[in-house]
Design a protein around this ligand. Structure first.
Ligand SMILES: Cc1cc2nc3c(=O)[nH]c(=O)nc-3n(C[C@H](O)[C@H](O)[C@H](O)COP(=O)(O)OP(=O)(O)OC[C@H]3O[C@@H](n4cnc5c(N)ncnc54)[C@H](O)[C@@H]3O)c2cc1C
Length: 492
């Protein structure tokens, strides 16, 4: 395929849209990214309150060591040297899990960096389950090799080296006869990406966990600074980005894509369109009859991950200095499943005397239904009161962990509706389509559409997270180029 003068229009400037834009621009395509918001970055972008940068969709990154998957991606995109990160786990802890079921669970479990250290911590917490732990960590090591070796991108046809890890992870743990405590410790990885362990494909769970065990990193600067690096890189190699450009419709003629209609009434012609947004959003942009009813139904019926509720508070840095690891407060049932969890990150901020405490939990999505027809900033006082009640409860619970929060000031809280309106994700879904075992077939090959020249990218095509989303961009480029050209042109 000849790239020169091929005009690609990309809908959405999250990490999905920006990464595929950089790859295609590097291959010689003429690339334009169209973003509905006034600023680029989607979930990656942080926002400023009181001079402090509040993160949305990137709290930590996995696998940035040399030879590891995200490092390979950043190197290819040409951004490694410009995205400043600090290594987590120097104190032996990346994540600390807190439990409140003393009969079945340890008071806390620390996820350290590295597979040996993880195995040692598991054995120390669950000495009677050595045989199961050996099997669990063997699978994790294998999935790390597959992840860093980029087997997903290089596999031919249906060849996938982790097929032996296809069983829902909960069933695998049942077969091993794991205790509720061990089950919860392991289940956290899939709960964090919105898939219940009982319905999470084993390889998906293992790759998510392995990506952080391999090495974990915090951004030294803000999410917005990371977006700036990506945008600068894109512009340097000839791509362009237009913000405030909401796409209304995709123009299709005889099942061939022709261009995009913006909500402003403007029209842009293009020989290729990549929708780096939820597939359901792309579907709404297509004219009737552009895709087969079977594809339409498949996308329409897709179940999505839940949303999140978050609060950012400013606290006195002297009393609450940065904690270099994440903290999860984990709710468990008697079997060791995780109905809910709270995530805490306490880190230094842009202002000398203050630290930023960020709290995240699942969105209790149904609660916000009364305001679902409203838009951000115009939801009324009852909505504000409801958000405040939830934020206050989250802060009170946090004080059970961090002690009374000195110098506390609430900077902001956001609900599933905020997320929905910010990035146009259905019902505010945090991680897009639910990659559950029950939906394995329905979520396969989501980047391919029946319209010639129309492709999908973003967190929905393969997996969420910065790694999963960039992997999705490469897999869409493989589809565009064909496997042979992909191997020839993309050197990862
Ligand atoms: C609360 C939260 C915490 C997270 N924490 C982490 C983490 O610590 N580490 C990690 O690796 N991952 C994390 N993730 C996941 C990660 O942020 C996402 O998987 C990833 O950012 C998704 O990128 P995307 O490009 O697919 O989507 P998005 O970032 O949602 O980008 C889509 C873009 O398309 C734009 N758009 C939508 N509709 C239109 C339209 N009609 N016209 C034009 N533009 C449009 C949107 O405005 C948006 O900018 C987190 C996610 C959430 C929600």
């Amino acid at each position: 395929m000849k790239a020169e003068h091929e005009n690609v229009l990309i809908i959405g400037s999250g990490i999905g849209g920006l990464s595929i834009a950089i790859i295609l621009a590097g291959l010689g395509y003429e690339v334009t990214v169209l973003e509905k918001n006034r600023a680029p970055g989607g979930l990656l972008r942080s926002y400023t309150r009181d001079g402090i940068e509040c993160a949305v969709g990137v709290h930590y990154l996995g696998s940035l060591d040399k030879g590891q998957v995200l490092r390979k991606f950043f190197d290819y995109l040409g951004v490694t040297d410009d995205i400043a990160v600090s290594r987590m786990g120097e104190n032996g802890i990346i994540d600390r899990y807190l439990f409140d079921s003393p009969a079945t669970h340890p008071a806390h479990f620390d996820m350290p960096p590295g597979f040996d250290a993880y195995e040692a911590n598991l054995l120390q917490a669950f000495p009677a389950e050595a045989e199961s732990i050996d099997r669990i960590v063997t699978d994790l090591r294998k999935s790390a090799d597959v992840l860093h070796g980029l087997d997903i991108l290089h596999a031919k046809g249906g060849d996938f080296s982790l097929l032996d890890q296809s069983l829902p992870y909960g069933e695998f743990l049942d077969e091993l006869g794991c205790s509720p405590g061990l089950r919860s410790v392991l289940a956290l990885a899939s709960s964090w990406i919105g898939v219940p362990v009982s319905d999470c494909p084993g390889y998906y769970h293992n790759m998510a966990l392995a990506s952080y065990l391999s090495s974990s990193w915090r951004l030294k600067q803000s999410g917005t600074a990371m977006v700036d690096v990506l945008v600068n890189r894109l512009e340097k190699i000839g791509g362009r980005i237009i913000c405030g450009a909401e796409i209304d419709k995709i123009e299709v003629d005889a099942r061939v894509v022709k261009g995009l209609h913006l909500c402003s009434g403007e029209y842009l012609g293009g020989s290729m369109v990549v929708g780096a947004v939820h597939p359901g959003v792309v579907l709404q942009m297509l004219p009737d009859g552009a895709v087969k009813p079977s594809y339409h139904n498949r996308i329409r019926k897709l179940q999505n991950t839940h949303s999140v509720l978050s609060v950012h508070v400013r606290v006195d840095a002297k009393v609450h200095p940065e904690i270099p690891h994440n903290i999860f407060k984990v709710e468990t049932d008697e079997k060791g499943n995780i109905p809910d969890l709270k995530y805490y990150q306490l880190r230094s901020s842009e202002r000398d005397n203050y630290s930023l405490l960020s709290i995240l939990t699942s969105g209790s999505d149904g609660l916000w239904l009364p305001w679902q027809e409203s838009v951000s900033g115009r939801r009324g006082t009852e909505y504000g009161d409801m958000k405040k009640r939830h934020a206050d409860n989250l802060i009170r619970e946090a004080e059970g962990i961090f002690g009374p929060l000195s110098g506390l000031k609430v900077l902001d809280s956001y609900s599933p509706l905020t997320l929905r309106d910010w990035v146009n994700t259905p019902e505010g879904s945090a991680y897009g389509v639910l990659r559950s075992s029950s939906q394995t077939l329905a979520t396969a090959m989501l980047n391919r559409t029946a319209v010639k020249g129309l492709y999908l990218a973003g967190q929905n095509v393969l997996a969420p997270g910065v790694i999963g989303t960039i992997m999705g961009s490469f897999s869409t480029v493989k589809l565009i180029l064909g496997p042979r050209e992909f191997q020839r042109q993309i050197c990862l």
